[in-house]
Design a protein around this ligand. Structure first.
Ligand code: FES
Length: 117
């Protein structure tokens, strides 16, 4: 019996839906360190992310992510999950629930990108 077409597809990231991230994949967190985010505390947010030690997770600084008015901002790839208005205290929650547990932190999501209906 031939496998279904979907079973031939390679694993994440190419085929997974953004709202169903897997805790086993390699992730990269981009933390904006551009002007507006820096004015709102992005350096402290980056310092908190720099303390995160989760296997398979890379933390990187980033240029402007285009969401300046609701910074500090961060984007998690390949999940394509965007966080906004971050504080250093939020980072430990993101690390535990999203980066380790695979479940994005709903209350910290960027409301422009992750629309609620
Ligand atoms: S300055 Fe951070 S998103 Fe633009």
């Amino acid at each position: 019996m031939n496998p279904s077409p979907s079973s031939k597809l390679p694993p994440y990231p190419g085929n997974a839906l953004p709202d169903t991230p897997s805790p086993q994949i390699h992730r990269c967190v981009l933390v904006c360190q551009h002007r507006t985010c820096l004015r709102h505390g992005a350096a402290a947010v980056m310092s908190a992310f720099a303390q995160v030690r989760v296997p398979g997770v890379t933390i990187q600084t980033s240029e402007c992510l285009g969401q300046c008015s609701i910074g500090p901002n961060a984007q998690v790839l390949p999940d394509n999950i965007w966080y906004a208005r971050l504080t250093p205290e939020d980072v430990a929650i993101i690390a535990e629930e999203h980066l380790q547990g695979g479940q994005p932190v709903d209350r910290l999501l960027n409301p422009r990108i992750h629309l609620r209906f």
